[in-house]
Design a protein around this ligand. Sequence first.
Ligand SMILES: [Zn+2]
Length: 101
Amino acid sequence: MSPQKLEIENSDTLKITWNDNSVDKIKLVDLRKNCPCAICSSQEPGSDEMIVRRYIDSQVQVASISPVGQYAINIIWKDGHNTGIYEYDYLKELAGKFKVN
Ligand SMILES: [Zn+2]
């Protein structure tokens, strides 16, 4: 499955229309919090799970999204963070976890 269309809704939600016409919506803040890149995953709280990280606006706004091969998208955030490669499977997983209606 691959995305047919990617849209930002209400400036805080990523809407993915898959090629089977199903639609998933994920809050941008959840995408950013779950950025799979090495930098972000190494900052994963783990032992300090009690600490809730807060995000400034530019960290949860998308500057651009570009496809990576046939398996992922690269989200570039307005704060310049651009190392997050979100595989389609991972997007599906996040959509399942953080479903928005
Ligand atoms: Zn990251």
